[in-house]
Design a protein around this ligand. Structure first.
Ligand SMILES: Cc1ncc(COP(=O)(O)O)c(C=O)c1O
Length: 414
């Protein structure tokens, strides 16, 4: 990416109104508090996808000018995703249609290498996307060990992980942030434990990525996946892998694609070209948000800091309101508790989560109820998965007024 300067002295950053104006969907009356399901996208991202489809929708790898342009664009999208994830110089990024698909592709590659006695550790608090593909390795001879949660709080203590690690552990598949609890797990600490036993880590960063800067280099993880469509981009996902982690694994692409042709070997059928165009347009949004002149790694870091600062009052208000409600079980850390993101879940004694959620949904406030594919976590917490929790998930473009509107609607019901 081109080099950039940070915000010149005296230049002001866009305020919340200007930020919202960058997202065409936010002019509607609907209050979007279901962002953990999927975020809205800036106009510039939608426009770039549209323009790509209208005038440059050709296949890659040929020698005519348009094809060369598109080949370069797809390459640039990979390189931006790598910088975005903090992975420059450390590894490669595989793009794909979803995090679920990328986790499955990765686990299938490990399946070919499983030896009798190999153990795979899977986190109970995870989304099924990063559980089921690993459980499948049992049929290839692996033994599954569970990193259990505390059944009261849902937290995943490192002691519970340590208890199941051994020299036989090949992979630790876990989530950076549970999409139900919002609690942030210390990825660097897990990487350190994994290194002690020579295991690889596969981190599901889907619920973390919309809220903070990704930094796979600092965290020293082997694999890290997130869904770009939940981070203001088109419907696709990215999987970072360290150079060393790719070694010994073979991606699913055809026999004539060499094993070391990365990331293409792991991109069976290729990637969505128009989504690559949309992903690259995200750079424009990040430069706008940070006041930088062009998008560099510093811009990504600055954008993550802005997101966190804008979200903080929303999270604090939601948590304080819920914590003060008798009979409400806040599922995840409360005010002043463990570090978290504003993906806030709760349920209430004697009341169905569905009924509570519908109060808001019927009044154009988009929230959700259910297990959110963290089915096993609900079971561990003794929450019936089908009714599940009520989940409110904010991102940086939400406003304090929107939170107040939700509270006004739900307060009588609670
Ligand atoms: C924590 C978490 N992991 C994985 C996924 C699956 O992502 P995708 O929809 O890209 O397959 C989700 C989706 O909601 C999620 O919240």
């Amino acid at each position: 990416m081109p080099s950039s300067d940070s915000t010149p002295p005296g230049e002001t950053l866009p305020d919340l109104a200007a930020i919202r104006a960058a997202f065409p969907a936010l002019v509607q009356d609907t209050v979007f508090l279901e962002n953990a399901g999927g975020s809205q996208i800036p106009g510039v991202v939608a426009d770039r996808i549209h323009a790509y489809l209208r005038s440059t929708y050709v296949q890659l790898g040929a020698d005519y000018a348009l094809s060369k342009y598109c080949t370069q664009l797809v390459e640039d999208a990979h390189s931006f995703a790598r910088t975005y994830m903090g992975g420059d110089g450390r590894g490669e990024v595989v793009l794909g249609p979803s995090s679920s698909q990328l986790c499955r592709t990765l686990a299938d590659a490990y399946a070919d290498t499983i030896q009798p006695g190999d153990e795979i550790v899977v986190a109970e608090c995870g989304h099924e996307a990063n559980i089921a593909p690993w459980l499948r390795l049992e049929r290839f001879g692996a033994t599954i060990r569970w990193w259990r949660v505390d059944p009261e709080t849902g937290a995943s203590p490192l002691a519970n992980l340590r208890a199941v690690l051994s020299e036989r552990t090949r992979v630790i598949a876990y989530t950076h942030v549970s999409n139900l609890l919002g609690e942030i797990i210390d990825v660097a600490a897990v990487s350190a434990l994994a290194r002690e036993v020579g295991a690889h880590t596969v981190v599901d960063g889907v619920a973390f990525a919309p809220h903070r800067t990704l930094d796979v280099d600092a965290w020293d993880c082997d694999w890290y996946v997130y869904s770009i469509y939940k981070v203001f981009g088109p419907h696709m996902a990215a999987l970072f892998g360290r150079h060393e982690a790719f070694e010994g694994l073979t991606g699913p692409n055809h026999f004539f694609v060499p094993a070391d042709e990365l990331p293409y070997k792991f991109e069976l059928g290729g990637v969505s070209h128009e989504s690559c165009a949309g992903l690259l347009a995200l750079r424009d949004y990040l430069t706008f948000l940070t006041g930088h002149k062009a998008c560099t790694r510093d811009t990504v870091v600055a954008a993550g800091a802005r997101w966190e600062a804008l979200e903080a009052p929303l999270q604090a208000r939601l948590l304080a309101w819920l914590a003060a409600k008798p009979g409400v079980r806040l599922v995840g850390p409360g005010p002043g508790g463990a570090p978290r993101v504003p993906t806030v879940s709760f349920c209430r004694d004697g009341q169905s989560s569905r009924a509570i959620s519908l109060e808001a949904e019927h009044r154009d406030v988009a929230i959700r109820h259910g297990h959110m594919y963290a089915h096993r976590l609900c079971t561990a917490l003794d929450i019936p998965p089908e009714d599940g929790v009520v989940r409110v998930s904010a991102v940086h473009y939400n406003t304090p007024d929107e939170i107040e509107r939700l509270i006004e609607i739900l307060d009588p019901a609670l």
